[in-house]
Design a protein. Structure first.
Lengths: 155, 155
DNA sequence: TATGACCTTGGAGTGCACTCGAAGCAAGCG
DNA sequence: CGCTTGCTTCGAGTGCACTCCAAGGTCATA
């Protein structure tokens, strides 16, 4: 894939505008440093594994806030957008419905006053994940019982 | 190594008619003993939590083999059917597509010669479950990081 | 300047796993 | 006998999360 260079490097990027957007960012190394983070949609496809269709759809439904555009209207994703996508991907792995993720995104956009709501939402999600893990362990033991049956009886 | 029934055994439990149908049955206590296990669909709904529609649909797509009928054509589910539904529910929890479950059901119907295929299918499923659990643990740590951020910064 | 890969949009389509509806038959009860 | 409840069938509808399409504009390289 030809990684297009985004030569439109904004010279004056003010440092760290909204810490509320990505709270407690994970230890991720970004492909490019702040100031040069103007990724095309195909670059983001390469980084995240999501399709371009899905990325545009996320934006349309409000799961991502408005993405910067080049002077010709093409999307230019930032490092923060990448962080957000990482987080969203994690949430998706938990089985959280997209509508709930949108709800969370809205809370983020509303600012710091929604910290308690966000925490509650994440804690509920956490509980769901924990019980999901328990379910899977349970399933695992059923599978193991059957597999050991087939191992001894089936060969 | 056949798994023995664990404790509180039913008084007159028949010695395992068709081992091919439910291999290595889980330690489940049935609502009624063998011989009286002719459950109506609404009873099965109560036991399993599935809807009557779903139960009929399972039968239609081949996820369940033919269910016994009363003289008037109504379904009468057996204890073995209940066991199978339990197992299917477990498989569903793993996220296995229904088509794959149908494939497994077909293998069961084909008899003992498919033991190796069944084992392979279950082992693949097991691998999927294990990696899913790992993913969820990963997600859990991300959630915990964010939650602790909101705990300290958000109140 | 021309090529071809890449980008834009809104809306329509897909696949999965149910979920429901309509029309009709059968059993039990006052 | 009428009523209610529960069962039957097939086929159509739902909700989710994408996924794709058509028509057209943009961009770097030859």
């Amino acid at each position: 894939m030809t990684v297009m260079q985004t030569t439109t490097a904004a010279p004056t990027q003010q440092p760290d505008r909204t810490p509320a957007d990505i709270c407690s960012a994970p230890p991720r190394r970004h492909p490019r440093p702040e100031g040069q983070d103007h990724y095309t949609i195909s670059e983001v496809v390469a980084f995240t594994g999501l399709t371009a269709h899905t990325l545009r759809w996320y934006e349309r439904i409000g799961l991502m806030s408005h993405i910067d555009r080049s002077h010709t209207g093409q999307r230019r994703y930032s490092n923060r957008d990448l962080d957000w996508l990482d987080f969203v991907t994690k949430l998706r792995l938990t089985g959280m419905p997209v509508a709930d993720m949108v709800r969370y995104a809205e809370l983020v956009r509303e600012g710091e006053t929604t910290y308690p709501d966000r925490r509650e939402l994440l804690e509920q999600t956490r509980r769901d994940v924990v019980s999901r893990i328990a379910e899977l362990h349970d399933t695992l033991s059923v599978l193991d019982r059957k597999i050991s049956f087939y191992e001894t009886g089936g060969n």
